[in-house]
Structure formats: structure tokens, C-alpha cells
Design a protein around this ligand. Structure first.
Ligand code: TRP
Length: 463
């Protein structure tokens, strides 16, 4: 399988997979979802889901990938279950859907970096005119797609792995520096309290669904991205400990991103968090609207420095994620149709960019794509795609674990997990995986999938 390439060592895999997980989902989406979902109550649900439901799904995806050394569609075929390749096909579609809008937001982040370098703090108040300037945001998202395509075209160990090895550690250091800074601001504590002290009465069905959707998206699960990355992992490596690290890194970074954001938000609001609780402040614009004003108060030089630093960080985090999203359809075309990597990258990236145009123009420029979609809670095309992707991921995740437990059979899963982990058969982890993969994950995911589907698309709340 050497022609497909392998990660050069376990660290390369771990950093690439953690890079995929850590992205706009952690730094842009997590804080605003927490804001909308009621603060700390959401955070608690999110943590429970990440470790109880998502972690076993992650282990299963990586095991299927490494066992078959294939892309998500080829993997089901390679295991001898041709009928199940629909899971992989759905995953490919979900990946295309996600990347099409994700690249637009990544383009904004990159664009904000450029604005901050120029000292344009007013861009925050003018977020609406920024996103509707399609010439500008169009160029930014083309640039972003180009970078993504460049690193994917270099292959696994040459591009993806090298990128992640440099960016992941830098990212962590950068975020921690900003957390330290945010804590020095007036009213920081009010923000921290909103974020960390749970109000159990805030837990509603939408909080539960939202927390699960967020955990799935943030951990890059449900569409075979980790089947694909797992396919480049060597048989000598320990899947369980890798998955543990990736989950901890992703959850940890989302957590500290919140720790940075809420003091900033509280500072901006003069300590009164009620507009956040009422949903008046927040939503997808949260970081884009709030942060430039915060940076401005630092004075023009320091503000410019920290502001550019932050949006550069956000762009980096997004890049290691877009790379993983593009890698999935590209590996499919390379494996199944033997198309040269470079050509596959060019084809898929152009297609996804075009498919992203409605999201690009659906943030102010085109009336129809901005407000013509009548789904509960939002009316723009990008939110519609976000919700569509979320349910596809839940459905995919549910199918993947059910497949592994009942079709492929648990013995085979365990056998794969034991490779590279000597004491696996006698370990507690084995019992945990056995139980969650057979019962907890499939049942809860199926239930929550139905609830989120009803809630997101029909406005029906089950409770
Ligand atoms: N997890 C990434 C984030 O949090 C986004 C992402 C990358 C993703 N690859 C994925 C989400 C695959 C779902 C599936 O920003």
C-alpha cells in the first residue's frame, strides 16, 4: 500500500487528526453554541457526549480505516460489505457540503487577518457589509481553497503531516497567551461564571441536541474523515491511545477557546451577560463582531498585533481542518478511479468552491440565499447546510458503530484494536469499547438523530 503513503510516525497521525478536529468548530462555533445553548449547562452536556458517545465512534472509524487501508467508500467494500458502502458515499457528500461552507467562514477568518494587519478595527461593527462584499470575500475564499488544495496535493506525509506538526503546537501556545490576556480584563470573572457555573434548569432538548451536534462536528466524526486518516496509520500504532489524545486535545482546545472568549464578551458588555443569555449577542457572528472591538481597546499598535495574531491562528486552525475535509473525496478518487492526486485535487477543490457560492453570497449579497430558506431558527443557505451536515454526521456515526458492532462484528473490531496495543484484551478499555459500541452509541445516536432531525427541520421539540 506504499503508493498511497503512510504517516511517517504516530505523532504525525495524531497531530494531523487533532488538526482536523481542532478548527473553526472549536474557536468560532463552540463559544457561540455555548452562548446560545445556555452557558455552562451546554458545556457539561458537551463533555459527557464527547467522552461517552463520540470517543467510541472515533475509535471505530480509525480501526475501520487502518484495517482496510482505504477511503470510506472503499473501506466497506474491502471488508466485504458492498451494500454498506452507502455510508461512505453519504460521508463523501457530507464532506463536500461541510467544506463548501466551511471554506467561506475560513475565508472570513483569513480576511479578518488582513483587515487587522491594516488596523481596520471597524470591520467588527461592519461585519454585515464585510460578508456581503462578495468580491472581497470571494477572493479570500479562493485563496483559502487554494492553500487547502496545495497541502492536500502534497500527500499525507509531505503536506498534511508537516503542516500539522508546525501549526498545532503554535496554535496551543497562541491560545494560551490570549487566555492569559483575557483574564486581565475588567469583568473577566462574569464571563467565566457564565461559562463554567451550570444552571441545570437551562438543559432543554435543544441544549442536548446542540451539544451532541457540536461534539460530533468538532471531533470530525460521522463522515469517514477518520477512516481516511486511519487508513494511513501503521499497524504498529496504538489506536486507543491515539484516539484518547485526539479527543482530549480537541475538547481541551474548545474548552480553552471558551475560556478566552467569555471574558472578552463580558468585557465588551461591561459585565452584564444577559444579552448573551437572551440570544441578542452571539450567533455565528460572535467572534467576528465582538473581537475587533476588544482588540481596539488595546491601542492601535498592540491591538493590531494581537488582532492579527488571533485571526492568523484561526486561519491556521481552519486550514488543518479543510485539509482533512478535502482529503476524503480526493482519496476516494485516487483509490477507486486511479486519478492522479494532483488532478483529483484540482477537480474536487474547484467543484467544492463552486458549490460554496450560494453560501458565499448568502450572507448579505443575495437576498434569496440570505433569507429565503424557511427552516426553524435561521433562514440563510449556510445555516441550512450546517444543519443538513449535522444530521448527516449523526446518521453516519450511528451507521458506522452499528455496522462495526453487528455486521462486521465486534471480534474483528477488537482484533484490530489489539494490534499495536499489547495488553488490550485484558484491559478495561476493551470492556468500555465493547459496551459503548454495541449499546450506548448506536441506541443514543439513533434516538438523538431523530430528535435533532425533528427539531432542526420541522421545529418539533420532542420534550
Ligand atoms: N472538526 C473540524 C472543526 O471543528 C471540522 C471538520 C474537519 C469536520 N473535518 C471534519 C467536521 C469532518 C466533520 C467531519 O472545525
Amino acid at each position: 500500500m506504499s503508493s498511497r503513503g503512510l504517516f511517517s510516525n504516530r505523532l504525525g497521525f495524531i497531530l494531523a487528526a487533532a488538526g482536523s478536529a481542532v478548527g473553526l468548530g472549536n474557536i468560532w462555533k463552540f463559544p457561540f453554541e455555548v452562548g446560545l445553548g445556555g452557558g455552562a449547562a451546554f458545556v457539561v452536556m458537551y463533555l459527557i457526549f464527547a467522552f461517552l458517545l463520540c470517543y467510541p465512534v472515533m475509535i471505530t472509524e480509525v480501526a475501520i480505516g487502518r484495517k482496510t487501508q482505504k477511503n470510506p467508500v472503499g473501506a466497506f467494500k474491502a471488508l466485504g460489505y458492498n451494500n454498506w458502502k452507502f455510508i461512505g458515499i453519504l460521508g463523501l457528500i457530507a464532506g463536500v457540503v461541510i467544506l463548501s461552507f466551511y471554506n467561506v467562514v475560513a475565508g472570513w477568518a483569513f480576511g479578518y487577518f488582513v483587515e487587522m494587519v491594516q488596523g481596520n478595527f471597524a470591520v467588527g461593527e461592519n461585519f454585515g457589509s464585510f460578508t456581503s462584499d462578495i468580491f472581497k470575500v470571494g477572493i479570500y475564499s479562493i485563496i483559502f481553497m487554494f492553500f487547502t488544495a496545495f497541502f492536500v496535493s502534497k500527500g499525507v506525509s509531505g503536506g498534511i503531516e508537516k503542516l500539522a506538526k508546525v501549526l498545532m503546537p503554535t496554535l496551543i501556545v497562541m491560545i494560551l497567551a490570549l487566555v492569559a490576556y483575557s483574564f486581565t480584563l475588567p469583568h473577566a470573572m462574569e464571563g467565566v461564571i457564565y461559562y463554567l457555573v451550570p444552571d441545570i434548569s437551562k438543559i432543554e432538548i435543544s441544549t442536548i441536541g446542540g451539544a451532541l451536534r457540536q461534539a460530533f462536528f468538532s471531533l470530525s466524526l460521522g463522515m469517514g474523515a477518520l477512516i481516511t486518516y486511519g487508513s494511513y496509520l501503521s499497524k504498529k500504532d496504538n489506536i486507543i491511545s491515539s484516539a484518547t489524545f485526539i479527543t482530549l486535545a480537541d475538547v481541551g482546545i474548545a474548552f480553552i477557546a471558551g475560556l478566552m472568549m467569555f471574558p472578552f464578551v463580558a468585557f465588551n458588555l461591561g459585565g452584564d451577560m444577559s444579552p448573551v443569555m437572551a440570544g441578542e449577542v452571539g450567533g455565528p457572528g460572535l467572534i467576528f463582531v465582538t473581537l475587533p472591538g476588544v482588540f481596539q481597546t488595546l491601542g492601535s499598535t498592540l491591538g493590531m498585533f494581537i488582532g492579527s495574531f488571533f485571526f492568523l491562528l484561526l486561519s491556521f486552525a481552519a486550514l488543518t481542518s479543510t485539509v482533512s475535509l478535502l482529503e476524503v473525496p480526493v482519496s476516494y478518487m485516487v483509490d477507486e478511479f486511479h486519478i492522479p492526486r494532483l488532478r483529483a485535487v484540482a477537480l474536487v477543490a474547484s467543484f467544492i468552491f463552486l458549490f460554496g457560492i450560494p453560501s458565499l453570497i448568502g450572507n448579505g449579497y443575495s437576498e434569496f440565499f440570505t433569507s429565503g430558506f424557511n427552516i426553524p431558527g435561521s433562514a440563510d443557505f449556510m445555516s441550512f447546510l450546517g444543519k443538513l451536515a449535522d444530521i448527516m454526521l449523526l446518521f453516519g456515526g450511528c451507521c458506522i458503530v452499528s455496522f462495526a458492532a453487528y455486521i462486521w462484528k465486534k471480534e474483528n473490531l477488537h482484533e484490530e484494536l489489539a494490534q499495536g496495543y499489547d495488553g488490550y484484551h485484558a484491559s478495561f478499555v476493551k470492556t468500555f469499547v465493547n459496551f459503548t459500541v454495541s449499546y450506548v452509541s448506536p441506541i443514543l445516536l439513533a434516538l438523538l438523530f431523530v430528535m435533532v432531525l425533528l427539531d432542526n427541520f420541522f421545529g418539533i421539540s420532542v420534550f
